[in-house]
Design a protein around this ligand. Structure first.
Ligand SMILES: NC(=O)C1=CN([C@@H]2O[C@H](COP(=O)(O)OP(=O)(O)OC[C@H]3O[C@@H](n4cnc5c(N)ncnc54)[C@H](OP(=O)(O)O)[C@@H]3O)[C@@H](O)[C@H]2O)C=CC1
Ligand SMILES: N[C@@H](CC=O)C(=O)O
Length: 855
């Protein structure tokens, strides 16, 4: 934690509140679960996370280290058994006395083992002085624990269970003090008041006031999870997954912006990834959907945890993140308030060991009372049933008996598809029903707020059924985000075509425009930008940005896949590809810089993209929409060997030289080409031959030749006097070009010939069998005088022509010809790349890897 990142919270700032710049500083709560704090190594990882993610006004909430609570619970049970045995034993009986002695010894041994585990963490992590202090406190606790275990056990049940969190908070706080930042540990029983252990209803006013008193100015608070006091002042626990609940309660008490549950899984999946290998990470879950998932068996989310996230009085929403402390750089799941894209997510969950209970009491309005009492998994007031857990059977029977009604129970399971208001979507309901055909569900019910469709099954839900239903419900559910960089001539046309493309092409169903960039401004919206108003929205809402900010957002994007469409002419932007590929982001580029960069950089990009499963398509870098890149790739993949590539590769130069007959000045045509949008933003890029040189290099590389730009001889048609000018100055003085081209034209014309700017690459056989592939080709781009009948001389203005000779096409070359520049064909070519990429992404399988299971 750097000094700069240390900020203070408003409520700590005494005195001059008007000058407190930190009033707006949001608080973040970080909760570390037992597995994240299990060993010294894990705790060191947690320290690193705190160093990187926390500010001093944040709050850390901890569970007990590893399985400490289980161990404490086991101690309690051992002591209970021992006390019961002692009560009934006849100590004069040798074997009974021996049995008692054994149980006592075992209990002492268990206490010693627990002490030793804690001592080991302390000594492995803290320096000697601090270790001595914390060990001393531990030993005092163990002494008290020993007296509790031999005293009135029931009275101290919760005191015993609380020790794990107390030790964990104390140790982490001491470590923070020693290594990271000032910190104090807080026992939640000092401030957190709930009504009682059964309902866990929080007294927010008292708890918030008491917490304020406990927190210390300039110190990072480490608070025990899981424990609290009830309103009679008794120690109590918050039950299963209580620490997660503690974290969200504490977040509500301080109006935190986020709570991060650092755990051993890196997010919430569309099904339990331990049994559904094709489960998808859900990047963003709306609150209501998350609550329903928690209710219906999601192993990570618990309905109780989610309750404090929305404060109905203040409308304050705390966003919840689930992330892995073992893989902190992996983006987890965020739970909160989101727009349409997140609302389209579907997941599948199941619960076994349930009961369906039929009774007259469940018909009509009387069902409400049962609902309030038992919070059933699902119900149907017309058919008169509720589905409950087996543990609820007894109390339900008693409850119904007191109402004088009969009930029948039948064992069932449920499988549910969960998503924002899914029950209101006829198509989803139909798909769910179809996928369940073989399971013959007993009935289908709508879940809470219509956020789930629940099928009640007569048999336990099998893993096979779960996988099949999950496949059917989520097979098309990969959300692809698209960021468009470059909103000029081609970029605007690309965006104009986008709405119709998204409507028309089913492969693009889950494609969302989420970012727009110009050189200075950016509009990023994770909930999607309306494609029908993209440019207007950009005008109205874009903000200045830096590349660092852009990369930071990209590294946290909430999509299954993200595609950056680079329609800039900018070298600087192309340098970001390396970062994009490192983050698994895909690139579609019209920009030629990256594909024609130095061999070393190019190879590094290719390798990084491959290593991170990023795709890189750039068909429009050569020939605009013409499928030249694809053709070359296909020949190579099919085993052919390309020996020569030649042609007219510049739409601009094609248009000008096909049109030019010296009747109008050359510069007039150049300005005309610029106005038509076929030239580069600076037409000298075309006229200098550099654009053609880059294109030849790109094709050569696709054809398997290793070469650099400097290996291609290039004739520059821009006279030196015009080379150093700004674009505007050059355009103003373009008439200086006229006399050169007039002469060149007339000289060729006199020989019944014409002038064309031609690219040629030839594979020359190497007698010395040199391994260096560069030695094998001759490549140049230059102005040539060609017979008027030459295939390169008889093009429609603006057409490109590509002539490919290969082993298979040696006698009769493969020719691709057509418009090689222009707004429509280039924007169209980019859309073709987008569809192509989405098609490939549709087949991409993202197998989930889980620590310790399939990793
Ligand atoms: N014209 C054609 O027929 C063909 C063009 N291409 C390629 O398409 C690309 C775009 O050409 P064109 O539309 O004519 O160019 P324009 O000059 O018309 O537009 C370029 C756009 O890119 C933006 N931009 C520049 N630098 C950056 C940056 N660092 N980050 C984000 N955005 C940036 C500009 O923003 P700002 O306005 O802020 O400067 C502008 O919006 C070029 O690479 C070109 O080679 C490829 C095939 C055919
Ligand atoms: N300026 C280029 C545009 C396409 O790459 C050309 O004229 O070919």
């Amino acid at each position: 934690m750097t000094q700069e990142s240390i900020v203070l919270e408003n409520e700590f700032a005494v005195g001059n509140t008007t000058e407190n710049k930190l009033a707006k500083q949001a608080i973040h709560v970080h909760k570390f679960g037992g597995s994240s704090l299990a060993t010294a190594e894990c705790i060191k990882r947690v320290l690193e996370i705190i160093r990187q993610h926390c500010q001093l006004n944040d709050i850390v909430v901890v569970s007990a280290n590893g399985k400490t609570t289980d161990a404490l619970f086991a101690l309690y049970t051992q002591a209970e058994t021992l006390q019961a045995e002692k009560l009934n034993a006849d100590l004069s009986n040798e074997s009974e006395a021996a049995q008692i002695a054994t149980l006592s010894a075992e209990l002492v041994q268990s206490v010693a083992l627990l002490t030793q585990q804690q001592e080991q963490l302390i000594s492995e992590l803290l320096n000697e002085n601090n270790a001595n202090t914390i060990s001393h406190l531990l030993r005092k606790d163990i002494e008290i624990l020993t007296t509790w275990l031999s005293g009135d056990l029931a009275l101290h049940h919760n005191d015993i269970l609380a020790l794990g969190e107390v030790w964990s908070a104390r140790l982490l706080s001491a470590l923070l003090n020693e290594q990271i930042c000032p910190s104090n540990s807080i026992d939640a029983r000092e401030f957190l008041v709930i009504e009682n252990e059964q309902n866990c209803l929080v007294d927010y006013a008292i708890s918030a006031a008491q917490l304020r008193q406990q927190r210390q100015f300039g110190k990072l608070a480490v608070i025990t999870g899981y424990i609290a006091k009830d309103n009679r002042g008794h120690n109590c626990t918050l039950g299963r997954n209580g620490s997660d609940y503690s974290a969200t309660i504490i977040a509500a008490l301080v109006a935190a912006r986020t709570v991060t549950l650092w755990t051993d899984v890196n997010g919430i999946y569309s099904a339990d990834p331990r049994v559904v290998p094709n489960a998808r990470k859900l990047h963003r879950l709306p609150n209501g959907v998350a609550k329903e998932l928690g209710r219906l068996g999601n192993p990570v989310l618990h309905a109780k945890t989610l309750l404090p996230l929305v404060n109905p009085l203040s409308e304050h929403h705390t966003h919840l993140h689930v992330a892995s402390s073992f893989d902190p750089q992996v983006v987890g799941t965020e739970i909160g308030k989101f727009g349409q894209i997140a609302k389209q997510e579907l997941s599948v969950t199941y619960l076994n060991d349930l009961l369906i209970a039929h009774s007259e009491s469940f018909i009509g309005e009387s069902l409400l009372a049962a609902k309030a009492e038992f919070a059933p998994i699902c119900l149907d007031e017309e058919q008169g049933y509720i589905v409950i857990t087996q543990a609820q059977q007894k109390s339900l029977s008693q409850w119904l008996a007191s109402h004088d009604t009969e009930v029948t129970f039948k064992p069932v399971s449920i499988i549910a598809t969960v998503g924002h208001r899914v029950a209101e979507h006829g198509d989803i309901r139909a798909r769910f029903k179809r996928s369940l055909k073989t399971a013959q569900p007993l009935c289908l019910a709508n879940g809470e707020n219509n956020h789930s469709l629940i099928a009640v099954l007569p048999e336990p839900c099998s893993i096979e059924l779960l996988n099949n239903v999950h496949h059917d419900m989520t097979k098309d559910a990969r959300h692809i985000g698209v960021v468009v960089a470059g909103l000029g001539n081609i970029g605007q046309r690309f965006l104009e075509l986008l709405p119709a493309q998204l409507n028309r092409i089913s492969l693009l169903e889950n494609v969302h425009l989420v970012g727009l960039l110009s050189s200075k401004k950016a509009l990023i919206n994770n909930d999607g930008i309306d494609v029908n108003q993209a440019l207007t929205m950009f005008e109205q809402s874009a903000h200045e940005y830096t590349n660092e900010q852009l990369l930071a957002w990209l590294s946290n994007h909430p999509y299954d896949e993200l595609i950056v469409v680079d329609i800039t002419p900018c070298e600087q932007f192309s340098l970001l590809y390396q970062d994009f590929f490192e983050q698994g982001i895909h690139v579609i580029g019209a920009n030629k810089w990256a594909a024609s960069s130095s061999s070393e950089k190019y190879q590094k990009l290719i390798d990084t993209a491959a290593a991170n499963h990023s795709m890189w398509l750039g068909n429009t870098t050569v020939g605009a929409g013409l499928p030249i890149n694809y053709a070359i790739k296909d020949l190579r993949q099919s085993g052919d060997e390309i020996t020569e590539i030649s042609g007219i590769f510049s739409g601009t130069l094609s248009w000008i030289f096909q049109t030019y007959d010296a009747s109008v000045p050359f510069s007039t045509l150049l300005l005309d080409a610029l106005a038509q949008g076929i030239t580069e933003p600076d037409p000298r890029e075309d006229l200098s031959g550099r654009d053609v040189q880059r294109k030849l290099l790109i094709l050569a590389r696709k054809a398997g030749f290793e070469l650099d730009l400097s290996d291609i001889t290039c004739q520059n048609l821009v006279p030196e006097s015009l080379q150093g000018l700004s674009t505007q100055e050059f355009l103003a003085q373009a008439s200086q070009l006229d006399s050169y081209f007039k002469e060149a034209f007339e000289s060729a014309n006199a020989k019944a010939s014409c002038i064309r700017y031609v690219a040629r690459l030839q594979c020359v056989e190497d007698d010395n069998n040199a391994t260096n592939a560069v030695a094998k080709v001759k490549a140049k781009v230059s102005l040539e005088v060609l017979p008027r009948s030459d295939a390169f001389a008889t093009l429609t203005p603006c057409d490109n022509i590509f002539k490919i000779e290969s082993r298979w096409y040696q006698d009769n070359a493969l020719i691709i010809r057509g418009p090689g520049a222009g707004r429509d064909v280039t924007a169209g070519g980019l859309h073709s790349d987008l569809v192509n990429m989405c098609q490939q992404l549709a087949h991409k399988q993202n197998k989930v890897t889980i620590k310790g299971i399939n990793e």
